[in-house]
Design a binder for this molecule. Structure first.
Ligand SMILES: [Zn+2]
Length: 438
């Protein structure tokens, strides 16, 4: 089902005209109302009225996360606080949180793009969805909630955590859809199996998984575990929250960007120069219609590529690849750039490994070294007759893991085979990379 056929199937020429018109308006709005944009865009010689083509985007300065922190809390808002209907904020793990605001119109926009994402995943008005994203300042819970209500779903707003309650509600309320992080979906499903319950008997039909990077290999695992269609979505609070881009059931992999509202570009993370479709680089987004927080050319730090080819679903909106990782999550080991998702893809090809892993980067030496922590499945440990790190079977599994990583990535990390259930499980975002010293 296509929620907004006019917007989502617009011919590209019409879409680009609309984007250009909205870009000029949004730049003028930001320059007239936000001191930061007035100064930075004026210094760069930007005159919104003089912009004739989307190619001129490259002349416009970037906005970075630091700019939001420097203007904490409301310095980048384009409307008085009295016109802001809601605030959200990031967790602020690295200092002050970043605060974002929405006018009533921004909230309407958010509901619209979330309804598009849900419909693309296969949600049907009248059905149920269990929302296991955190509610509160984090945009995940309320973003899904409002969009789901708007499109006519019955919402089960359970929020994140509390695995046992999640299981109870999935069994008793029988929602068709589940929205949470992929690592939490895995944890819920595995916990059900431990209780002797087949997750497939819960009757879920689709899952909307995101807020952390994941892989096609993880999709295969989740679909087999739950008997569902697992779909990826993308968003970030600085732009709006979830609803920036989402997969369609027909054309995956690839996430349609709601580019009539959020204009995407890919740039070289080192030089900031735009890269053509198909090339991988850092995603940069410009809000075209936001009122309270009109963000221009935001460096997301997320690594992906754009694909303009037609999609089977009929949508004409550009598709972005799964997020490969974050520019700041990238680990350079002996000159090789490594993203956790690449290691995940290699590890999940081994049946004897549980789908949980952690990468430990040791920076105490002159050159960082990588240790990969993985667990054997409980089935295989049972076959071995127990776990002991000195067992020949454990050593052999370690050698196979090393082989697989060497084959996929050309790397020789240390492999640590740890006992089942010792890698921390996630009830939110999984921590894949641990750096020593912290
Ligand atoms: Zn599609």
């Amino acid at each position: 089902m296509i929620w907004n056929r006019d917007a989502e199937t617009m011919p590209r020429s019409a879409l680009e005209r609309l984007q250009l018109e909205r870009l000029k308006k949004s730049l003028a709005w930001a320059m007239a109302r936000v001191g930061f944009y007035r100064d930075s865009l004026t210094a760069a010689g930007i005159k919104p009225d003089a912009i004739r083509s989307l190619d001129q985007l490259r002349e416009i300065p970037f906005t970075r996360k630091d700019h939001l922190r420097e203007h904490y809390p409301y310095g980048l808002f384009a409307v008085p606080l009295g016109e802001v209907a809601r605030l959200h904020a990031s967790s602020g793990t690295k200092g002050k949180p970043t605060v974002v605001g929405y006018t009533k119109q921004d909230l309407r926009l958010w509901r619209e793009v979330m309804a598009r994402s849900l419909a693309a995943a296969g949600a049907v008005p009248g059905e149920l969805i269990q929302i296991a994203y955190g509610y509160g300042l984090f945009t995940g819970g309320l973003g899904f909630h409002d969009g789901a209500e708007h499109m006519g779903l019955t919402v089960v707003p359970v929020s994140s955590g509390n695995t046992l309650r999640q299981i109870l509600l999935l069994q008793d309320f029988r929602p068709q859809g589940l929205a949470c992080t992929p690592s939490f979906a895995l944890h819920i499903g595995e916990s059900m199996r431990e209780q002797g319950i087949d997750p497939r008997a819960a009757g879920l039909r689709y899952g909307l998984f995101g807020a952390e990077p994941w892989t096609e290999a993880m999709r295969v695992q989740l679909e087999a575990l739950w008997g569902i269609r697992a779909l990826d979505f993308y968003g970030l609070s600085e732009i709006i929250g979830p609803g920036v881009a989402a997969e369609c059931a027909e054309g995956r992999p690839g996430l349609h960007v709601n580019e009539d509202h959020f204009l995407p570009e890919i740039v070289d993370p080192a030089t900031g120069e735009p890269l053509p479709p198909g090339r991988e680089g850092e995603l940069v987004l410009t809000c075209l219609t936001k009122e309270a927080l009109p963000i221009i050319r935001y460096r997301t730090g997320d690594v992906t590529s754009l694909e303009l080819g037609p999609c089977r679903c009929g949508r004409t909106l550009v598709r972005m690849a799964r997020i490969r990782g974050r520019t700041d999550d990238m680990v350079v080991i002996k000159g090789v750039n490594v993203y956790p998702s690449q290691l995940e893809a290699a590890l999940l090809t081994l049946d004897d490994l549980a789908p949980h892993y952690q990468l430990v980067v040791d920076r105490t030496q002159a050159f960082p070294t990588l240790e990969v922590h993985v667990e054997p499945t409980e089935r295989v440990v049972h076959e071995w007759g127990g776990f002991d790190s000195g067992r020949p079977e454990v050593l052999a599994l370690g050698a196979r893991v090393a082989d697989r990583i060497r084959g996929h990535l050309g790397l020789n990390p240390e492999i640590a085979i740890v006992p089942p259930k010792t890698i921390p499980r996630s009830e939110g975002k999984a921590v894949r990379v641990v750096t020593r010293p912290e």
